[in-house]
Design a protein around this ligand. Structure first.
Ligand SMILES: [Fe+2]
Ligand SMILES: [Fe+2]
Length: 294
């Protein structure tokens, strides 16, 4: 593992292996018995390595059913990575550990904090439905890090993403309860996964609460490359203002993205706008979608 943000990624020097990403849980499914579930989970295959990124909400056991139908053996995974603590990304952990235990789990140290979301009459809890101790008893071997974690050459978890893009402010709907009362939750635990493929850099996003542009700019710092080949996952633009969406789309042009597959918390309006901007570089992203690079 590496704990030095600017030194841990070897970028262009990586001998790239073919990369395959399969969507296991997403809000939408095309039928054929595949289960849609509000949440996100993907399986990354790179050479012999198999890693799950997020686990869905667990509310419909979607990762179990969908993995079966998609021919993915959850027992063969070597590790899980959690993008952040929200339930729609962590709730499937119990399901996963029933199929694969013990299992190394990589996450930011804040994931078990008290997540709240203001909905209707008052805040509701939207954090992990399991305690750390419960998951440990089931076999989760947690590796917490705020810094980037290098799992292999060309395979890096970003860790906490620096904020700085002025139009990517956190939404007031997210709160945390502290001893001093409710405070706005900046969701600092949000992180993404970066993997090198023969085509270029592939970025897997959870909810991107750190901001899409903040995240992608940090990825380019880690890889020391200006371009990002593919972006897959939730971009959390569902509540973005027209101004934020306009500025986000404009800033996205700096990365020369060739495969753009937003889903989950991107929202309908932003998805349409991204599709218009990216044309045939836009890809549908739902349960069963497969992305291969190499
Ligand atoms: Fe989230
Ligand atoms: Fe989410």
């Amino acid at each position: 593992m590496c704990s030095y943000p600017k030194k841990c990624y070897t970028g262009m020097n990586v001998v790239s292996q073919k990369v395959k990403v399969t969507i296991l849980c997403e809000n939408k499914a095309p039928g054929f018995g595949l289960i849609p579930e509000y949440g996100l989970s993907m399986v990354l295959e790179k050479g012999e390595r198999r890693i799950i990124f997020d686990t869905g909400s667990g509310s419909s056991n979607s990762i179990i059913v969908n993995a079966d139908l998609l021919g993915i053996d959850l027992g063969s995974l070597e590790a899980a990575i959690l993008s952040h603590g929200h339930q729609d990304h962590t709730g499937g952990m119990e399901n996963l550990l029933q199929k694969n235990s013990p299992l190394p789990v990589y996450a930011h140290p804040d994931i078990f904090n008290n997540y709240l979301y203001v909905q209707g009459r008052g805040p509701v809890y939207v954090g992990p439905p399991w305690t750390e101790e419960h998951l440990q008893k089931l076999g989760a071997q947690f590796h917490f890090s705020q810094e980037p974690v290098k799992l292999d050459e060309g395979l890096v978890i970003t860790g906490q993403v620096p904020r700085g893009v002025e139009f990517e402010e956190q939404e007031p709907v997210f709160l945390r309860k502290t001893s001093g009362g409710f405070v706005q939750d900046q969701i600092y635990d949000d992180q993404s996964l970066v993997v090198e493929s023969p085509k270029g850099t592939v970025v897997l996003l959870g909810c991107t609460h750190a901001g899409l542009i903040n995240t992608l700019r940090y990825v380019t710092q880690l890889t020391r490359k200006n371009d990002i080949y593919a972006v897959i996952g939730g971009t959390h633009l569902m509540n973005a203002s027209e101004d934020r969406l306009f500025r986000t789309l404009k800033a996205l042009a700096e990365f020369n993205i060739e495969v753009m597959a937003p889903c989950h918390c991107t929202g309908y309006g932003a998805t349409v706008a991204i599709q218009r901007q990216y044309g045939d570089k836009f890809r549908d992203c739902q349960v069963g979608s497969v992305f291969e690079f190499g």
